[in-house]
Design a protein around this ligand. Structure first.
Ligand code: GLU
Length: 420
């Protein structure tokens, strides 16, 4: 058995092999590029509110150290495993390289359900996780950020714990912090904003009128909610479907996403929000719409539903929402479904994290406008590169995006050589 044994890791490896074949990467070099450099597993004993002591399993995977420190989010989710963490770290590598960020990919997290922890318990898990990770992370080694199940508060506890142990304030150890403790303006909105910027670019290319278009958004966390608000209120797209882990809602007349967002802020989820018909969450993905944004978990578009998608644009806000089997189907439907692959579509988060890290290291303070302008400039460049390469080589957008990332890492590895 392999320490990364997991269906998501297998999926990330299968995707890599497709790219390695396309790039003609020598068999000798493939594992060196694909396998994670370092992986840590830690056991976190935590005092629970009821007086018991519970142990949680924590992970951190640093995928490669070739281009700079590693960077990536921290996921708190019940079934998190080493394999899933490794897959997510690998995707971070290709994402950072595609967008020319001087990082290797990383990912980490704790197998826990944050919605079942009290605030005190969540703080204890967060602080203990960072404390156990101190020997392995640092502003020039590995910089954590948020991911599913974590937020600005968790990042603040990480930053505080690390700083207390160093004896001075090290706010560049994590990104996605509250602005009050060295976070950057615009980080919280950055992933959703990036998704919408790219959807607008795709609509423009495809000559679609946003005012006459509809969207369905799966997931109403940090990515899905900002994407829904921005697509609905700024771009003028009618949002006809939304969902979270509790409910999926459909309303052909359009859903008031501002009201949905306020509801979630008060109640924590969409369960009792009643603007729309309750439908099956899987069926929602197959409903007619112009833009489909999977912004929740991995592998929701697979070989059984890929041929049934009725969207014109598939904007992948989540990491790994589409399986390689579904890709084979979508590749054949390239003129029906325009895919904005995850490592491009959701890159806004890590791009603005990079800005936050730079500001922290240099003690800069950039305005939200500066941050957003710089974000869009990077996304524009990556988007054009992907579209150009896909056209020139007649490959899918995912292949073009991943190949650009993998190639950059490979070039750096070749230049640095293999020691000894
Ligand atoms: N969790 C985000 C992602 O999957 C980025 C985390 C970070 O900012 O480091 O891209």
């Amino acid at each position: 058995m392999h320490i990364y044994d997991d269906a998501v890791f297998t999926m990330a490896c299968d995707q890599f092999q497709v790219i390695a074949d396309y790039l003609n990467i020598d068999k000798n070099d493939r594992d060196r590029l694909m396998m994670p450099k370092r992986s840590m597993a830690v056991t976190l004993p935590v005092h629970m509110d009821d007086g018991s002591t519970k142990t949680f399993q924590g992970y951190r995977v640093q995928h490669h150290l070739t281009l700079g420190p590693t960077k990536g989010g921290t996921r708190f989710s019940p079934d998190l495993s080493m394999g899933e963490t490794a897959a997510l770290a690998m995707w971070m590598s290709w994402k950072c390289a595609l967008n020319n960020l001087p990082y290797g990919g990383a990912k980490g997290g704790v197998a826990c359900d944050p919605s079942k922890l009290s605030r005190n318990e969540l703080e204890a898990v967060s602080r203990r996780y960072m404390q156990e990770m101190i020997p392995f992370v640092g502003p020039h080694t590995d910089i954590m950020g948020p991911d599913m199940g974590t937020n600005e508060q968790v990042m603040a506890w990480f930053m505080d714990t690390y700083s207390v142990y160093q004896g001075y304030c090290v706010n560049e150890i994590v990104t996605g912090k509250p602005v009050s403790v060295g976070g950057t303006e615009g980080r919280r909105e950055s992933t959703g904003r990036g998704v919408v910027y790219l959807v607008e670019r795709a609509m423009d290319m495809l000559k679609m009128d946003p005012e006459k278009s509809t969207a369905i958004i799966q997931g109403f966390g940090n990515v899905g909610s900002v994407a829904a608000l921005s697509l609905g209120l700024k771009t003028g797209v009618k949002i006809v479907g939304i969902s979270d882990h509790t409910v999926a809602l459909y309303n052909p007349k359009g859903i008031d996403v501002k009201a949905a967002d306020q509801h979630v802020q008060k109640k924590g989820n969409l369960r009792a929000f009643d603007e729309g018909d309750r439908i099956d969450a899987n069926e929602m993905l197959e409903m007619e719409c112009d833009v489909l944004v999977p912004a929740a978990v991995d592998r929701v578009i697979h070989e059984k539903n890929a041929s049934k998608l009725k969207c014109r644009i598939l904007a992948e806000g989540a990491n790994g929402p589409t399986t390689p089997e579904a890709d084979l189907i979508l590749n054949k439907r390239w003129d029906e479904v325009f895919v904005i692959p995850d490592i491009l579509c959701n890159a806004g988060g890590v791009i603005v994290s990079y800005f936050e890290w730079v500001q922290g290291l240099q003690s800069y303070l950039w305005t939200e406008t500066e941050v957003t302008d710089k974000l869009f400039r990077i996304l524009e460049h990556s988007f054009s590169q992907v579209i150009r390469r896909a056209k020139a080589d007649k490959v899918s957008h995912r292949t073009a995006a991943m190949a650009t990332g993998v190639e950059r890492v490979m070039k750096a590895k070749v230049a640095r050589g293999l020691f000894p």
